[in-house]
Ligand binder design. Structure first.
Ligand code: TPP
Ligand code: MG
Length: 395
C-alpha cells in the first residue's frame, strides 16, 4: 500500500476498498513456521521438540481443568458485555478469543510470581484466584480494582498503554537485587508482564525491554498479539514479527499459538523457568485474535471485514480442546454439561453482584488519593461535600 493511511476508511459508512480488504488479510496469517503449537485447531496433539516436554505431566484431568477455566472465563466475559449493553457498566473490555493465551500463561505461574496486567487480562485474574466480581468496579466506575495486588500477586489493571512494562521491569529488578532469583527452585520467583501488539510501539515498552536486558531482570514480557490495536492493524506497528524484536535487545523471543492453551502453558512454563533461574528476560508473543470489539465503545465493522473473524472462529481456543477431549480422550457429555451449568451459575452470580453494587458516596473520590491526607485535600473534600449537599440529596 503506497498511501500509509489507506487502511483507514475515510468515510466510515462506505464499503471497504480493495486496500482495506488486503490489509484485513493479515488476519489470515497462520503465524509462520516459528509458531509453537501442541494442539491443532482440529484438536490433534502435535509435538514440539523444544517445548513438548514442558507439558508431559498434563493428562486428561488437567486438560479438563483448562477447558473449564476457559469456558467459565468466556461466560463471565460475555455477561460483562451484556451488562454494559444494559447500562449497568460504563464499559467492558472483552477477552473473547484470547482465553487460551491467558489461561495457558496464568496456569504456568506459581503463587510466588508477580503479574502486571493491562486491562483485558480477566483470564489471568481468574488464575490468580481473583473472583470475577472484583473486576466489576473498574468497569462500573466505582473503584480502580478491589483486590490487594501484593496478596493476589496481580497488579491493578493498567489502562495507560505499555506503562506496566516499566512497573514490571522495576519489580523484577527488585526480585533480582533481593536474591529471589537463580538460587532455590522452592523460593525463586519471576514477573510476568501482559501487553498487546499495539503497546509494542510505545516508548515504555522499549524502555522496559532495555532495562530488563541490562539488569538481567526476571521478567517474561507476554505480548498478546491479537492483530489489532483498536482500529490499527498489526502491519502498522511493525515490519518484523513481534517475537523477533527480542533479539535486538539481547534476549530470546518465542512465538506461540495463542489459541492453543497447551502450547501457551508449555512456552510460559519455559519462559518463567528461564527467569526464575536467572536467564531472564524473555519475550513471548502469543499469536491470537481479538474476536470481539476492542471495548464495548468500539465498532469493529468500521475497520475490518467479517471474513477475518469467520476464519479465526475455526481456530477457536475452546473448541479445539473440546474436540480433543471428546475424540482423542473419550470424555463424555456429562463433563461438558456440568461445566456449562457451572458457567451459567457463575454468570448469574456475576450479574446479581453487579446489580447490587452500591454507588460510592461523594467523599470516595478523595479517600484514597494519598496515603497521608493533606490539609488542602481535606479542604477540597469539605468544599465538594458542601456543594453536593446543596442539591438536597438529589444526584
Ligand atoms: C498511552 C496511551 N495511548 C493511547 C491509549 C488509547 N488506547 C487504549 S487501548 C489502545 C490500543 C491498544 O492495543 P494493543 O496494545 O494491541 O492491546 P489490545 O487492546 O489489542 O489488547 C489505545 C491506543 C492509551 N490507553 N494509552
Ligand atoms: Mg492488540
Amino acid at each position: 500500500m503506497s498511501d500509509p493511511q489507506s487502511w483507514v476508511p475515510t468515510d466510515p459508512g462506505s464499503a471497504p476498498t480493495r486496500e482495506h480488504v488486503l490489509s484485513g488479510l493479515h488476519g489470515l496469517d497462520e503465524g509462520g513456521p516459528e509458531l509453537v503449537q501442541l494442539l491443532t485447531p482440529e484438536g490433534l496433539r502435535v509435538d514440539d521438540e523444544r517445548f513438548g516436554g514442558r507439558v508431559a505431566d498434563v493428562g486428561v484431568e488437567e486438560l479438563k481443568g483448562y477447558y473449564r477455566d476457559m469456558v467459565l472465563v468466556r461466560r463471565f466475559d460475555r455477561e460483562g458485555n451484556a451488562l454494559q449493553r444494559q447500562g449497568e457498566l460504563g464499559i467492558w473490555v472483552p477477552l473473547l478469543g484470547q482465553e487460551a493465551a491467558q489461561i495457558g500463561a496464568g496456569r504456568a505461574l506459581t503463587s510466588r510470581d508477580m503479574v502486571f496486567p493491562s486491562y483485558r487480562e480477566h483470564g489471568v485474574a481468574w488464575c490468580r484466584g481473583i473472583d470475577p466480581t472484583a473486576l466489576l468496579g473498574i468497569f462500573r466506575g466505582t473503584d480502580h480494582g478491589s483486590w490487594d495486588p501484593l496478596e493476589a500477586r496481580f497488579h491493578l489493571y493498567t489502562i495507560v498503554i505499555g506503562n506496566q512494562c516499566l512497573n514490571a521491569t522495576g519489580y523484577a529488578m527488585g526480585q533480582k537485587f533481593e536474591g529471589r532469583v537463580g538460587g532455590d527452585s522452592e523460593t525463586d520467583e519471576a514477573t510476568m508482564c501482559f501487553f498487546g501488539d499495539g503497546a509494542t510501539s510505545q516508548g515504555d515498552v522499549h524502555e522496559g525491554f532495555v532495562w530488563a536486558a541490562a539488569f538481567d531482570a526476571p521478567v517474561v514480557f507476554y505480548c498478546q498479539n491479537n492483530q489489532w490495536a483498536i482500529s490499527v492493524p498489526l502491519e502498522k506497528q511493525t515490519r518484523v514479527p513481534l517475537f523477533q524484536r527480542a533479539r535486538g535487545y539481547g534476549f530470546p523471543g518465542v512465538r506461540v499459538d495463542g489459541n492453543d492453551v497447551l502450547a501457551c502453558l508449555a512456552v510460559s512454563r519455559w519462559a518463567l523457568e528461564e527467569c526464575r533461574t536467572g536467564n531472564g528476560p524473555v519475550l513471548v508473543e502469543a499469536f491470537t485474535y481479538r474476536m470481539d470489539a476492542h471495548t464495548t465503545s468500539d465498532d469493529p465493522s468500521r475497520y475490518r471485514l467479517a471474513d477475518e473473524l469467520e476464519l479465526w472462529k475455526l481456530k477457536d481456543p475452546i473448541e479445539r480442546v473440546r474436540v480433543h477431549l471428546v475424540r482423542e480422550l473419550g470424555v463424555g457429555s456429562e463433563f461438558f454439561d456440568s461445566v456449562q451449568e457451572e458457567s451459567d451459575a457463575l454468570a448469574a452470580r456475576f450479574r446479581a453482584f453487579c446489580l447490587a453494587m452500591p454507588d460510592p458516596g461523594p467523599e470516595r473520590m478523595f479517600s484514597e488519593v494519598y496515603a497521608d491526607r493533606s490539609a488542602r485535600l481535606e479542604a477540597q473534600q469539605a468544599d465538594y461535600l458542601a456543594y453536593h449537599a446543596s442539591f438536597g440529596g438529589e444526584r
